[in-house]
Design a protein around this ligand. Structure first.
Ligand SMILES: Cc1cc2nc3c(=O)[nH]c(=O)nc-3n(C[C@H](O)[C@H](O)[C@H](O)COP(=O)(O)OP(=O)(O)OC[C@H]3O[C@@H](n4cnc5c(N)ncnc54)[C@H](O)[C@@H]3O)c2cc1C
Ligand code: SF4
Ligand code: SF4
Length: 1022
């Protein structure tokens, strides 16, 4: 990289947002396409002024640049070998327009977040790519991405009102602002006159004008967007709309104002099975002709009765084990389907059909009309529309499951390619059958076709190896034949949604013809005379560029045999942590680098994301395997230590949005274990700790006591700065939120808690002693139900912080609450020696983790009388681990336990205090978050759920040693806490609560305190 450029860049951008190292350029350079280009420099931008300065600097040094939002593009348009400018996480502001009919958005807001913002107003953000949960507004608009519903009538081009742009010379133009337009008119008269001249020339050419309009009557994103030159008179409208679908080749989009649409309150779907693919397409054509009333115009911008019709061919149905398809197979093999030979299942085709309406009557009317239309076709089973979200949710899950199912079963090392073509709707029956045959003729036996039949738009998935020339040639030949079929056969679109990128760049002229292509070239020249914006994308003179720079997907291979397995200690050895970890790491080979996990990855933006970790590990494994570049290998390994390993929270939230359910946290566990194998001292320390846990817990209590004493003596400011200095030397960070030591319960408390004892009025029976003393009839010991309570090591050691202001530690509080509800508490024997194993798992000592789990499992099994009584653990991450390795008992964290067992035994008296909830990663992963929310709402009338806060980043004990992780994870929390006047926060993990308290300044504590405060024993037993 040009050193002068870099040093000048560092004068305008803080160095911590400029990456030139091997690791981060590889990580950030990875997008969802099958192309590999490693940028020389990655810049994480933070505002318009910065972008303006960067593009001027690039221009000065004649360096090309590429913009990046979420990097989920599939056609190679968000990767580069030059300068990559990321505009994601720092670009998330929005502003609602009058009546929420428009919304102004910065480019880094994730699409589904826009829908969350609009939901309370009954409105939606119309562009709806399947990637909407990860793709950002910048990428959605600039790719003109679309999905099942928006078709061509409500895509970004149609919904865009105005755009704020940063042009190649650094000028900022806001087409929605009169002043800005005037200023631009004066500063760039030539730009405007060239746009007008191009507009007028196209319009004067009737053949070209008509061709452009026809081409955009179906979905089309091949080449630059020419529609604005025909559709709008105003040159500023043309400029703004040209950005839609420009794939970063014209200008930077720094803000966009979009129209929103109303959401329909009534919806119904049916999975309709046709006897042949041809008939399914004929039915789609027929349904497209069904017109709805004019009220639909307001809602969806077009008057169609059917709102979407998704086609699933037999391979797609088979990939997801669709139950009707399985029945069809049986019927075919039993000879029950006339005219179909046993073993031949290729005819059955499903169309997932959806209709929507503003009233229920209208919905029923629409269903009746659609069914009438369908009655002319041969269906395998009768079309059955359902309004039940649970049932139609299953249909849509089948549709969404195709891609992960096919991608997930592909051979390791192959790429999962999704192609994306569109045909004019009337050609659909013939074109679809020909497409299916063409793909099969090229030997892609496992390929499946599915997609938005209603828009004539199909995707086909190929599991493609790029390992040898023969395979690359096969792919190239197939794509050339597909291009021929689409263009010469039907004048369709080679790219309907995913963008031209490098993938279709050589075919743009072929599809559009000379005149239209020249018009696109001219448009590009007006915006980007130096050709620095995303070169090679959309325009590429190399006819083979679509098969160059192909991304290798090396196998993740590790020395799995060296991982000691401690599973045999467990009651069910198949639940071994080592086995599960190895399984998960093998699963990571299915990663398609789509980037869907990044929205949930807390370290994305601080260090590496889950996708980047996998991409880097693939490179490391490849370098290890081939021995090709030992220096690069050593560098990547060294850099990975902090960016990849130490700052992975191992919370596994990445798996929750991964279509393949890959948990990159497990990859981190494995890497830590392998490191542990190399350094014997770490392992020995772990072993020592496992064998002397009771002593260590006591020691920790002493340390906390000393720290608390120092806090009282030195005061918070001096204590904090002393500890920051010590943290820099590698010691855990102490903050004012650190807990005091946990008051040690007496031995008699720990063996078996006697219920009457806890019913003695205490300060924590806060609803008043009269109520507390009204001992319920079920409170007598002989009738009391039992619960086994394992407080976790953390809660046996750490009490509340100085700010908590609570009299009781959590263990005592739980006992109080249980007693109030008439529950007898049993502690597992020897619990001071016990641990769920989480601490060892997170450090990569998987066998010790299982051994500790096994000890605990045995004690709980005994205490619960072999599973007769439920088991409660007050620390959700520990409970999460316990649930993974112990399947014989009913295990609960506090919220679920209280909802299930205590709610019927308590009266709730909600308070008005403004409280915040923190849903820990483990709470979300265990699927019990709703319990926590419901419970909190039963206790307080003002419950606040912060936005944009996922994993807190405390990550067990990592918040002590890498506090930056915790600070980054919670960067959006404090302003929300302050703005909403929150006094106290509740959660179900003591360690997370420490980090939350440190980063918000308000006390955080277990939900148990809130419930105990807001309840009294139920007067009328149920
Ligand atoms: C599994 C999967 C399913 C998908 N399904 C669909 C689908 O149903 N429909 C569909 O249309 N697409 C789909 N896509 C493709 C992709 O997700 C979309 O095109 C998405 O809109 C890209 O958004 P992004 O934020 O990832 O943008 P990026 O990939 O980061 O960028 C997209 C393009 O915009 C440019 N760009 C980004 N930000 C700016 C900016 N601020 N200013 C100027 N240029 C910018 C980039 O240079 C690039 O050319 C899918 C992808 C995957 C992996
Ligand atoms: S881990 Fe999953 S979500 Fe993340 S990039 Fe890989 S396949 Fe996509
Ligand atoms: S475990 Fe957490 S931090 Fe690590 S990759 Fe997954 S989401 Fe990111």
């Amino acid at each position: 990289m040009n050193n002068v450029f870099l040093s000048e860049l560092k004068q305008v951008i803080p160095t911590d947002r400029i990456y030139t190292d091997e690791l981060r350029t590889l990580g950030w350079g990875t997008d969802a396409s099958f192309y590999r280009q490693i940028p020389k420099v990655v810049i994480r931008s933070d505002g318009e002024e910065e972008i303006s300065r960067i593009v001027k600097l690039c221009s000065k040094h004649h360096l090309s640049y590429t913009f990046r939002a979420a990097g989920t593009s599939l056609s190679g348009q968000s990767c580069t070998e030059s300068v990559l400018i990321v505009a994601g996480k720092h670009w998330e502001k929005y502003e609602l327009g009058a009546n929420q009919e428009t919304i102004k958005l910065q480019p880094g807001i994730v699409g589904s977040r826009v829908n969350e913002i609009l939901k309370p107003y009954g409105r939606v953000f119309p562009p709806d790519p399947a990637s909407i949960g990860s793709a950002m507004v910048g990428g959605i608009v600039v790719n003109n991405a679309s999905g099942m519903n928006c078709g061509v009538h409500a895509n970004s081009d149609r919904m865009l009102v105005s755009a704020r742009l940063i042009l190649a010379d650094g000028t900022i133009l806001d087409t929605g602002d009169e002043q800005s337009r005037k200023a631009f008119q004066q500063s760039h008269p030539e730009f405007i006159s060239k746009i007008e001249a191009l507009r007028d020339r196209i319009r004067a050419d009737e053949e070209l004008r008509t061709r452009i309009l026809n081409k955009y009557s179906i979905k089309n994103v091949t080449g630059l967007n020419l529609r604005p030159l025909v559709a709008y008179d105003d040159p500023f409208d043309i400029i703004a709309h040209s950005i839609v679908g420009s794939e970063g080749t014209l200008a930077f989009l720094s803000e966009v104002t979009m129209r929103t649409l109303k959401d329909y309150p009534f919806k119904a779907s049916a999975m309709v099975y046709f006897m042949t693919m041809c008939e399914s397409c004929e039915a789609v054509v027929a349904m497209k002709k069904l017109k709805a009333g004019s009220e639909d115009l307001q809602m969806s911008a077009e008057q169609l009765m059917v709102k979407s019709a998704e086609m699933l061919d037999y391979k797609s149905l088979s990939s997801v084990d669709d139950p009707v398809f399985l029945q069809y197979k049986k019927d075919v093999d039993d000879g029950k389907i006339a005219g179909v030979e046993p073993g031949d299942y290729h005819n059955l085709t499903a169309i997932l059909t959806e209709t929507k309406a503003t009233t229920h009557e209208q919905l029923l009317e629409k269903i009746a009309r659609i069914k009438e239309c369908l009655s002319q076709f041969r269906l395998y089973i009768e079309a059955d529309f359902t309004e039940d979200p649970a049932v139609y949710g299953k249909y849509w899950a089948i549709r969404s499951g195709i891609f992960p199912s096919v991608g997930g079963t592909r051979p390791v090392g192959t790429s999962c390619l999704i192609e994306d073509v569109a045909f004019p709707i009337e050609s659909l029956p013939e074109a679809t059958v020909r497409l299916q045959k063409l793909i099969a003729d090229h030997g892609y036996d496992d390929a499946c076709i599915y997609g938005h039949a209603f828009e004539g738009n199909y995707h086909f998935i190929l599991n493609q190896s790029f390992a040898d020339e023969h395979e690359v040639a096969r792919y190239a030949e197939m794509m050339r034949d597909v291009a021929k079929l689409v263009v010469e056969g039907y004048d369709g679109s080679l790219k309907a949604e995913h963008g031209t990128g490098r993938n279709m760049a050589p075919f743009v002229k072929y599809e559009w013809g000379e005149k239209a292509y020249e018009a696109m070239r001219e448009l590009k020249q007006i915006f980007d005379p130096e050709g620095l914006l995303n070169p090679g994308v959309i325009f590429n003179d190399d006819p083979d560029c679509f098969i160059k720079c192909l991304k290798p997907l090396p196998v993740l291979s590790y020395d799995f045999d060296s991982i000691p397995d401690g599973g045999h200690y467990l009651m069910d050895p198949s639940l071994s942590t080592a086995k599960e970890t190895i399984e998960q790491v093998k699963r990571a080979n299915k990663c398609i680098e789509c980037g869907f996990c990044e929205v949930n990855c807390m370290s994305c933006g601080l260090t590496l994301s889950s996708r980047m970790r996998i991409a880097v590990q693939r490179e490391i494994c490849e370098l290890e395997e081939t021995g090709a570049n030992p220096d690069r290998l050593a560098t990547l390994r060294r850099q990975y230590k902090y960016y990849g390993d130490q700052t992975c929270a191992t919370d596994g939230l990445c798996s929750t949005s991964c279509p393949m359910k890959i948990n990159t946290g497990e990859l981190t566990h494995l890497i830590r274990q392998l490191d542990m194998n190399r350094s014997k001292t770490g392992y020995q320390l772990g072993e020592f700790a496992a064998n002397h846990l009771a002593g260590i817990k006591s020691g920790l209590r002493v340390v906390l006591d000393v720290a608390h004493l120092a806090h009282v003596t030195l005061g918070p400011t001096l204590m904090t700065s002393v500890c920051r200095g010590m943290n820099k030397m590698g010691l855990p960070l102490w903050t004012t939120a650190m807990p005091k030591k946990k008051r040690q319960p007496k031995k008699s408390d720990l063996t078996q808690f006697i219920i009457e004892k806890s019913l003695t009025p205490t300060p924590s029976n806060r609803r008043g002693s009269a109520e507390a003393e009204a001992s319920p009839s079920w409170g007598r010991m002989e009738e009391a139900p039992k619960v086994v309570y394992f407080p976790s090591c953390i809660n046996q050691t750490m009490g509340q912080s100085k700010h908590g202001g609570k009299i009781h530690d959590l263990v005592d509080e739980v006992i109080q609450l249980m007693a109030k509800a008439g529950y007898e508490v049993i502690f597992p024997e020897g619990m001071e020696r016990m641990c769920c194993g989480q601490i060892w798992e997170s450090k990569g000592m998987l066998d010790i983790a299982d051994r500790k789990s096994a000890e605990l499992e045995e004690a709980l099994w005994k205490a619960s009388e072999e599973g007769r009584h439920p088991v409660l653990c007050a620390q959700s991450p520990c409970l999460h681990r316990m649930k993974k390795v112990m399947h014989k008992m009913q295990l609960y964290e506090p919220a679920e336990f209280i909802m299930k067992y205590l709610v019927p035994r308590l009266d709730f008296h909600p308070i008005d205090r403004h409280i915040a909830l923190h849903l820990t990663c483990s709470t979300r992963e265990m699927g019990v978050a709703d319990n926590l929310i419901t419970l909190a709402k039963m206790c307080s009338n003002n419950v606040f759920l912060p936005e944009g806060v996922g994993c807190c980043g405390f990550a067990g004990d990592r918040g002590f040693t890498f506090p930056e992780l915790n600070k980054y994870g919670l960067r959006k929390l404090r302003p929300q806490i302050e703005a909403n006047h929150i006094e106290v926060g509740y959660s179900n993990s003591r360690t997370c609560e420490i980090g939350l308290e440190t980063n918000t300044g308000i006390p955080y504590m277990s939900i148990v305190y809130l419930v105990n405060e807001c309840t009294t024993p139920k007067k009328e037993p149920q």
